[in-house]
Design a protein around this ligand. Structure first.
Ligand code: NCD
Length: 308
């Protein structure tokens, strides 16, 4: 098989071959008739454990499980699990791995998915661990870019907003480093810059520009990936209030951009993108959310055969 991983924890674990394998599988599943797809996870039980809020990620995973004929167990609110009684994550995961064939989990602690993967024999898929990583979002982001632009190499991509706490942009940076000549413009306020270890880890492979000024680089960009300021990760609410509307994209952005320019956003948006952009050609974010389905179907169908 062309896939080397036994868990999906960090995009840094993926080789280019692993990424391509998932994207090709997703494209194949998009063309597979419903009846045929619905036998892929027949007889399998998948645990969907969300210790942190989610709409798209959880529902697209659960839809993917159902459309492949699998069954879901789990929770969307940790208050209803034994975590609220003080059970450790390791204990919860160990117990659940006795019931389920694959574990999909989101947790607010960085490194939690890795820890879970170490204690169980079933494959674990990280659906977001704190401000750290969100590998499945990155795979659907790459799938969306490839589908829209026909390529990833050579594109000029702006990452906008909360680059400090935004796990989607952390994972995306590492992934883009696999694509020759991709250029990344990290656009954020000073206090929300991309962590320096991520810049350093990728600067040999990617051309990276760090800036506070969106206007200066906007005309060069093929794609602008906007993100939400991650309110829940701020220690100081006042600091969040000061910064929350620092970048708001409206229709006037399109006066400056080149032909074929597109906007992506992992969603949910707060104020980053005005609804007036939704009906323009540049808006790729709803299509991006839809692509979560084939990509998560692909991951599940690959992980069902994993032996640890
Ligand atoms: C993102 C996340 O959870 O990190 N959402 C998502 O999975 N689509 C982005 C965010 O919450 O801002």
């Amino acid at each position: 098989m062309g896939f080397s991983l036994t868990d999906v924890i960090s995009i840094c674990d993926f080789s280019k071959k692993d990424i391509d394998f998932v994207l090709e599988k997703a494209a194949e599943l998009e063309k597979t008739p419903k009846e045929k797809k619905s036998r892929i996870l027949e007889g399998k039980i998948i645990a969907s454990l969300f210790f942190e809020p989610s709409t798209r990620t959880r529902l697209s995973f659960e839809t993917a499980i159902q459309s492949l004929g699998g069954k879901v167990i789990g929770f969307a609110d940790p208050a209803v699990s034994s975590a609220s009684k003080g059970e450790t994550l390791s204990d919860s995961i160990r117990i659940i791995s006795g019931y389920a064939d694959i574990i999909v989990m989101r947790h607010f602690i960085e490194g939690s998915a890795r820890r879970a993967a170490e204690v169980v024999k079933k494959p674990v898929i990280n659906a977001g661990d704190g401000a750290n990583q969100h590998p499945t979002q990155t795979l659907l982001d790459l799938y969306t870019i490839k589908k829209e632009f026909g390529k990833i190499s050579g594109l000029k991509i702006g990452l906008l907003g909360d680059l400090k706490y935004g796990r989607t942009v952390h994972s995306l940076m590492y992934a883009l480093a696999h694509y020759p000549n991709a250029e990344v413009f990290c656009i954020s306020p000073e206090s929300l810059r991309m962590p320096q270890e991520i810049i350093q880890a990728n600067s040999g492979k990617l051309k990276i520009v760090e800036t506070r000024d969106l206007q200066e680089f906007l005309p060069e960009l093929d794609l602008l990936y906007a993100t939400r300021i991650q309110k829940e990760r701020f220690v100081d609410e006042f600091e969040y209030e000061q910064i929350k509307n620092i970048f708001v994209l409206g229709k006037q952005v399109l006066e400056k951009t080149k032909k074929g320019f597109r906007i992506m956003h992992p969603l949910p948006r707060v104020n980053e993108i005005k609804p007036e952009l939704d009906s323009t050609e540049a808006a790729l974010y709803f299509e991006q959310a839809r692509n979560g389905l084939p990509v998560r179907e692909a991951l599940l169908s690959i992980m069902k055969d994993v032996e640890k």
